[in-house]
Write a protein that binds this ligand. Sequence first.
Ligand code: SF4
Length: 325
Amino acid sequence: MSEEILTVENLKKYFVTKQGTVRAVDKVSFSVKQGETCGLVGESGSGKTTIAHTLVGIYEPTEGRALFKGQNISKVFNQRPKALKKEIRIVFQDPGSSLNPRRSIKQILELPLKVHRICNDSDRVERVMELLRMVELPPEDYMYKSPQVIGGGEKQMVAIARALAPNPSFLVLDEPTSALDVSVQAKIINLLMQLQQNLNLTYLFITHDLSLMRNITNRVVIMYLGKISEVAPTVEFFQNPFHPYTKMLLSSIPTVSDEEENFKPKEVISRGEIASPVNVPSGCSFHLRCPQKMEICSRADPTVVEVEADHLVRCHLFSDGRKPT
Ligand code: SF4
């Protein structure tokens, strides 16, 4: 079995705003194993992007910590151990806003090579060309272009090449296809899967798209209002979901085979919208929407328990560590 490369322990990230304290991430713990694709899934406002930004050093945690290869990375980027700065890289959702339109693609790819002192001046152009070939963009056609004159899918390929520039071992992929046309989404996913194999990369893949998760991840972590609802190996997750929120999500996704349809939870009535993270409901934060709500749910916050091997859930229905009969 692969060893854990990233461990997140009781991570909290709160933001103080005029409206009150936003509990964007609240006591979240999970781990990612070497070489796997771990999916971090949730609706808008669930805290998944805040976790991504904390892991790459854009935010410092309010409490808790993250360990990468055993070393604490719970610091903003500039204060991290030097050797780890190039190990974890991010690909953002919108390649249009993440690439500087006033730079050529060559200049964009040279920058991380200079920052991380990856190669000397004479080797740098060759490395830029190699990075472009890795993402299937012919260097002679793209090196001197501005990101403004290429398509969305090509921009995301450049963003992936930039992330790969310092030879990272871990990529945080923050909804890397959701801003792209459907016609190029599959191409980007295939490219990412191929790069993972060729370069032995580990991925934390953030999305709200459960159908995509089913096809590309080894494990899934489901978030709701800043907290984890359920963690499970992907196959187990789709065949045997535990949490009422998970069942609600799965009941609404399209299926492509009779087998998938058989496993899909039968219709679960969704009630209401996700609450504001400034005003998180008491007890279980899902209780206002939950079709299986019990008396205890509005006053006590459940803890995460392991119900089956590697299958964890945070719900009072499972509070004794067993499935309800
Ligand atoms: Fe529903 Fe209660 Fe479980 Fe929350 S703890 S998901 S309200 S049954």
